[in-house]
Design a protein around this ligand. Structure first.
Ligand SMILES: *Cc1c(COP(=O)(O)O)cnc(C)c1O
Length: 396
């Protein structure tokens, strides 16, 4: 392949770009994970993750992709044959549902058009109807990465509370943690699942569970077979900063650095930055005259924007032109959205000019690929970023 000068734009909604500081931190000799120096690293990243999850309860770290932490959440809290309530908000929710079924759970699915988040009223109705309390867990995805829709977790929690139903509440924050506000403890979530390669700005390979006291109680009677994912072994070793098996040592160096960066910037500033870039990206999409997949402005994702193609035009053909001419990767449409949408990631290690470069690549690609659109998306985004027009910002 011919040499390409300049940096590749990896603007898929995860894995996200890994900052140089994190890459440098990973580039270290691997250490003895049972030696005296390791405990310090272990304790630092475990307590740092508590602050990112906004919890005082335990957090565990697996050397696994996010899918592994999905499985850990299930096998540590439930028993074969248990019923769970899941909202199929998109492809990631659908994959978690499929996993639950393979693990012999009975899944009650709340259907969804993949353009909206979890409907709190629907959760409330389903739980209210379950007088015998056969539903053992409500499981939802916070930021649905396949659609660019963010569900309103505090409202789902409030809906559960109104029914007085004792089901556990489990939330996938794999693409939202450290990008969008999330409070494990204050929002009353029992198990939160996260991964390293999105808002946490790390390469793929780490995943997390944040665990409530109620989830720990459920763990005592959960009859799912488990070994690798077992919380008890993990937490017993974590007490002293160690792990029951070889952790992904160099990724933990990276995690320590990423946590330091998040704390230097301040989580609230990180969230505000993502919100601002997302508003500017949506202003660009509107100016192009294209549709945003997400239908409810309360649920717009600050992590990514999924853009609907005009009828008769293939999103993957556009993505191919953009990759070949501008060396930028955009997210493909997943499952039933294949060819119909492309996804612009605006998360992680990202600033105003990264966004402008990204949107310029999209706008040039739309032109090159002959996709009907209006020019001026980049200018509309600049209006939002430079605050040139309060009107443009409000409309976004
Ligand atoms: C990326 C993602 C996953 C899958 O995580 P892997 O690390 O690929 O296993 C699950 N859920 C959501 C919301 C995601 O964005």
């Amino acid at each position: 392949m011919a040499f390409k000068s300049g940096r590749h734009f990896l603007q898929i909604p995860g894995p996200s770009n890994v900052p140089d500081r994190v890459l440098r931190a990973i580039d270290m000799p691997t250490m003895d994970h049972r030696g005296p120096d390791f405990a310090d690293l272990g304790k630092t990243v475990l307590s740092g993750m508590q602050s990112v999850f906004q919890t005082s309860g335990p957090v565990v770290i697996y050397p696994a992709s996010g899918t592994g932490a999905w499985e850990a959440a299930i096998v540590n809290t439930l028993s074969p044959g248990d019923k769970v309530l899941m909202a199929e908000t998109g492809q990631f929710a659908a994959l978690w549902c499929a996993m639950a079924k393979r693990l012999r759970l009975e899944v009650e699915v709340i259907p969804n058009d993949w353009r909206h988040g979890v409907d709190p009223a629907e959760v409330e109705a389903r739980l209210a109807a379950d007088r015998a309390h056969t539903i053992k867990a409500v499981m939802v995805v916070h930021n649905e990465t396949s659609t660019g829709v963010t569900s309103r977790i505090p409202e789902v929690r409030a809906a559960i509370d109104r029914t007085g139903h004792p089901a556990l509440f489990m939330v996938d924050t794999i693409s939202s943690l450290a990008s969008v506000e999330y409070r494990h403890e204050a929002w009353g979530v029992d198990v939160t699942v996260a991964g390293s390669q999105k808002g946490l700005m790390l390469p793929p390979g780490l995943s997390f569970n944040a665990i409530s006291a109620k989830a720990l109680e459920a763990n005592k009677t959960a009859a799912m077979p488990r070994s690798y994912w077992d919380w008890q072994e993990m937490m017993a070793n974590n007490q002293n900063g160690y792990f029951p098996y070889t952790p992904a040592t160099n990724l933990l160096y990276g995690l320590r650095e990423a946590l330091a960066m998040l704390h230097e910037e301040g989580l609230d500033n990180v969230f505000a930055r993502h919100a601002r870039h997302a508003a500017a990206a949506r202003a660009a999409v509107r100016a192009w005259g294209l549709d945003i997949l997400c239908q409810d402005p309360r649920e717009y994702s600050n992590v990514l924007t999924a853009v609907v193609m005009p009828d008769g035009f293939d999103a993957d053909a556009l993505r191919k032109v953009i990759l070949e001419r501008y060396d930028m990767s955009l997210g493909t449409g997943l499952a039933k959205l294949k060819g119909r949408v492309f996804r612009i990631g605006h998360l992680g290690d990202f600033n105003d000019l990264t966004l402008m470069g990204t949107l310029a690549g999209v706008e040039m690609g739309l032109y090159d690929a002959g996709v009907p659109h209006r020019q001026g998306g980049v200018a509309a985004a600049m209006d939002v970023l430079a605050n040139r027009s309060a009107k443009a910002a409000r409309a976004a």
